[in-house]
Design a binder for this molecule. Structure first.
Ligand code: FAD
Length: 323
């Protein structure tokens, strides 16, 4: 049996939070199946980031330092990951389900003739074998998948597990790869305009839907409750499609997948495409005037009422309780 290789992602010179989540996933898989965990960091000038990752759970961390992979490019990353798989004697490769992960992971799997399981949100161990969990049919079913291949490449949803918070020994080890096959030339990074919200990290999310009726109701009704609870504001897709809020606020199958401690849905019907993005939240409160709204099927607490009465009253109650 081989090891689990965690492919860490670098963003702004640091290892991304999603890579620490991969470690949590990796440790669960490794402990149950008797594997070890090793990591791989790719980039240029990433020595400090790799050392930090190695000491915070990454264990023995292979580092491919080369100007050729200073910025993401699929050929370079593919070469580095292939070298990492060999050096780590890995039979399970974990990659975050991010845009670069979508790009490189299937190519790694094809090149290794490995099984490929994408967009997992969890792993369980049954009789010493890993069982990977992923949502299918827009979240209606959870598929439980075992790999029958000698090697398996798995991508894991950011936000699906808590970030690993422990420490590890192992240190970093330099690794070289053959970059002669790089066919793309890096030109520039264009950063999309960001409103500074990352719902995947919020512990409390208060989301509003079409039931709000008008864009100004979001700053008037939803944002004050989110602020009072120290959380973030979210929305359903029609709100974004109507231009009331930017896409960064959208929760659901074509928006963000979130797992906060508390999710409050106000004026949201609970279409499957919305549920798939929030039903893993720890505690869900739904406020809807329609008692048959499907959102109540996933709610821990359902309030059948007019949101324009309940939400402001709740905001005042939270403020009063906080003094
Ligand atoms: P509605 O379904 O119109 O529901 C509004 C709700 O507000 C109703 O239940 C109503 O009873 C309630 N309401 C109205 N007034 C009040 C009041 N005063 N007080 C309390 N309750 C009130 N949707 C997403 O959210 N995220 C996605 O990522 C997403 N991706 C999609 C991808 C695809 C390919 C497709 C086809 C659809 C997608 N959708 C997504 C759309 C989804 O199918 C639903 O249309 C959408 O979620 C409905 O949004 P809503 O609940 O805000 O609106």
């Amino acid at each position: 049996m081989g090891n689990v290789l965690v492919v860490a992602e670098i963003q702004n010179g640091k290892v991304r939070e999603a890579s620490y989540e991969l470690l949590t996933f990796a440790k669960k898989l490794a402990e149950g199946t008797g594997r070890g965990v090793k990591s791989l960091v790719i980039g240029s000038g990433v020595g400090d980031a790799a050392a930090a990752f190695a000491s915070k759970g990454g264990g023995e961390t292979l580092v491919v330092e080369d100007a050729a992979v200073a910025n993401y490019n699929v050929d370079g990353y593919r070469a580095a990951i292939r070298a990492g798989v060999e050096a780590a004697d890995a039979d399970v490769v974990l990659i975050s389900n991010t845009p670069s992960g979508w790009d490189v992971a299937p190519r790694i799997a094809a090149g290794l003739d490995a099984g490929f399981i994408s967009d997992c949100f969890g792993v369980e161990v049954e009789g010493g074998n890993a069982v990977f969990l992923r949502r299918v049919f827009n979240g209606k079913l959870d598929a439980r998948l075992k790999s029958s291949s000698a090697k398996t490449v798995v991508t894991v949803q950011p936000g699906a597990c808590a970030a690993f918070a422990g420490s590890s020994e192992g240190g970093t080890k330099p690794l070289t790869a053959d970059f002669s096959g790089i066919r793309a030339k890096f030109v520039e990074v264009k950063v999309a305009e960001s409103k500074g919200i990352d719902l995947s990290k919020a512990e409390v999310i208060v989301s509003g839907g079409r039931g709000l009726g008008a864009p100004e109701k979001f700053p008037e009704i939803i944002q004050p409750l989110a602020d009072a609870l120290g959380g973030a504001m979210g929305a359903s897709r029609p709100v974004v499609d109507a231009g009331w809020l930017p896409h960064a606020y959208q929760v659901g199958s074509s928006g963000q997948v979130v797992q906060p401690k508390l999710y409050i849905a106000a004026g949201i019907s609970g279409a499957i495409q919305h549920l798939v993005g929030m039903k893993a939240s720890n505690f869900i409160i739904a406020i809807n005037k329609d008692p048959d709204a499907p959102i109540f099927e996933v709610a821990d607490l359902g309030v059948v009422a007019d949101l324009f009465e309940i939400v402001p009253a709740l905001t005042e109650a939270v403020k009063a309780a906080k003094g």
